[in-house]
Design a protein around this ligand. Structure first.
Ligand code: FAD
Ligand code: NAI
Length: 477
């Protein structure tokens, strides 16, 4: 008889491994299947996020930020450094070590929580005989079939390729290759000025590449609050990122040494961009390949994502799906929240994910972070609101840090003062946004934040001041 589990999770990214941990905490016998291999062919759980996403990109952003600081900002502190150079191989090796620490951490967590980990590809075989549940085949170093009463699918997403231009990961790179460029390219091109385009563009620009980003849409960061997007565009352009909006990409030709991209610019003029490496970052597609969804009739939507309801239930009894493989933002913390909520629903509890308080962060310099509604969304919905902003230029800690770019902006309901959105562009925005998320979860008003004591000197005082600005009573500006 096959091994029996209460819960089998297919996919060990942030959606899957966190769902498995929560299921095990709730007393279920739990298995997690993940096929990601490290360079030696061993298991590397953690999915896109750990292996080729959140973690390695932040490692490279940190290394390149240090390089940028040493080259351009140490001098103003009186620190004289000469001959700063970058050893790209060492930087990549450090990044790989950080990734491995995370892979190992997850394997440890599986052991700690008594989760059975299977390294290989998991696919549906059939509904199990006799009882509710499903037989799942695991194809790894060995093959076996295991049976689960509940199945949680968390198979993630893959980079979207441009039609006719497959990734070769040498010259034409997805996020995977973008994190492994062995030497600083003189000229780097990116298609798509979304989150990956800006983060990866920033890494290689700081290290010395001439970076050009070609964006199809006429607006920059359309989902971001307009005032924030405008400020970010100004700063990124000043830093040296060349961003062309409203382009139409045509033929891409790759030779051994370079890539040429034919495109039409916003004025309709034919152009050609010649680069040494090209990163294509035009979004991601849900990954259901190899899952054998057809065998059990698991329904997909028109985008190829697994179709789920608000509770992450699929069309099949006891089959759930979470993370990038379903609708909603493709973010690690959204995947994790869904994983926890599903495990709790299986246990008969009332797991809940509040999509309105899922924060977004873009880890550029300055960082961009937001939660809730943008000003343009509130206008479109006809919601009456009051706005208040505070610039980091007027914040003592930001001055001491030497990083005064950007501002914090609050949007609050005109009648009740409830916080509807908080938007930050500036230093440590990724950390500052947490206060706004907590406030919105507790349905706080802007006045609540304005009345709370914030440590001095700290960047968080800019948050308090922006909340005060809603009532037009900033103290330091
Ligand atoms: P994934 O992380 O994709 O994990 C899915 C796992 O399932 C993989 O290990 C895959 O190998 C495995 N799998 C698939 N099919 C099978 C199968 N049939 N059998 C067994 N295993 C299978 N998000 C953030 O929130 N913050 C960030 O800073 C951030 N940075 C990013 C940077 C980059 C460059 C990229 C590409 C993404 C980034 N993201 C970030 C997005 C984030 O990585 C994803 O939202 C997140 O990984 C989704 O988690 P998941 O568990 O749904 O899927
Ligand atoms: P994205 O959706 O953020 O941006 C893609 C960009 O490409 C858009 O601006 C789009 O208009 C443009 N585009 C699409 N097709 C195009 C074409 N043919 N020509 C020119 N431009 C085109 O997607 P991205 O950057 O690939 O990242 C994928 C996802 O990964 C993100 O949406 C996000 O969910 C996640 N991610 C999150 C990060 C974070 O939280 N810090 C970091 C990196 C990725």
């Amino acid at each position: 008889m096959s091994k029996q589990f209460d819960v089998i999770v297919i996919g060990g990214g942030p959606g899957g491994y966190i769902a498995a941990i929560r299921a095990a905490q709730l007393g279920f016998s739990t298995a997690c299947i993940d096929e990601w291999k490290n360079a030696a062919g061993g298991p590397a759980p953690g999915g896109t996020c750990t292996n080729v996403g959140c973690i390695p990109s932040k490692a490279l952003l940190q290394s390149s930020e240090h390089f940028d600081q040493a080259n351009h900002h140490f001098a103003e502190h009186g620190i004289d450094v000469k001959g700063v150079s970058i050893d790209v191989a060492k930087m990549l090796a450090r990044k790989n070590t950080v990734v491995k620490q995370n892979n190992d951490g997850i394997l440890y967590l599986f052991k700690k929580n008594k989760i059975s980990f299977f390294h290989g590809r998991g696919s549906f075989v059939k509904a199990a005989q006799g009882s509710a549940g499903y037989d799942i085949q695991v194809a790894g170093a060995t093959e076996e079939t295991i049976t689960g009463k509940h199945i949680i699918v968390a198979t993630g997403s893959n980079a979207r390729a441009l039609p006719g231009t497959p990734f070769d990961e040498v010259n034409i790179l997805s996020n995977d290759g973008a994190l492994n460029i062995g030497a600083v390219p003189k000229r780097l091109g990116l298609i798509g000025s979304g989150v990956i385009g800006l983060e990866m563009g920033s890494v290689w620009r700081r290290l010395g590449s001439e970076v050009t980003i070609l964006e199809g849409l006429p607006t920059f960061l359309g989902a971001v609050d307009e005032q924030v997007a405008k400020e970010a565009f100004k700063v990124f352009t000043k830093q040296g990122l060349k961003i062309e909006l409203g382009v139409k990409v045509g033929e891409i030709k790759s030779t051994k040494k370079s890539v040429s991209i034919a495109y039409t610019n916003a004025k309709g003029e034919a152009q050609t961009l010649e680069v040494d490496k090209l990163i294509i970052s035009i979004g991601r597609v849900p990954n259901t390949s190899g899952l054998n969804a057809e065998a059990v009739g698991l329904a997909l939507d028109e985008r190829g994502a697994i179709q789920v309801d608000g509770d992450c239930k699929t069309n099949l009894p006891n089959v759930w799906a979470v993370g990038d493989v379903v609708r909603g933002p493709m973010l690690a913390h959204k995947a994790e929240e869904e994983g926890v909520a599903v495990a709790e629903r299986i246990a008969g509890q009332h797991g809940h994910v509040n999509f309105n308080t899922v924060p977004w962060v873009i880890y550029t310099s300055p960082e961009i972070a937001w939660v809730g509604q943008t000003e343009q969304q509130l206008k479109a919905a006809g919601t009456a609101y009051r706005a208040g902003s505070f610039p980091f230029l007027a914040n003592g800690r930001a001055r001491a840090l030497g990083d005064t770019t950007g501002f914090v902006k609050f949007l609050a309901d005109a009648a009740s003062d409830e916080i509807l959105g908080v938007h930050i562009v500036g230093p440590q925005a990724s950390e500052l946004i947490a206060e706004a998320v907590v406030a919105m979860e507790f349905k706080a008003s802007a006045e609540d934040i304005a009345r709370i004591c914030h440590a001095h000197p700290s960047l968080s005082e800019a948050t308090k001041e922006a909340a005060l600005a809603v009532d037009k009573r900033t103290l330091n500006f």
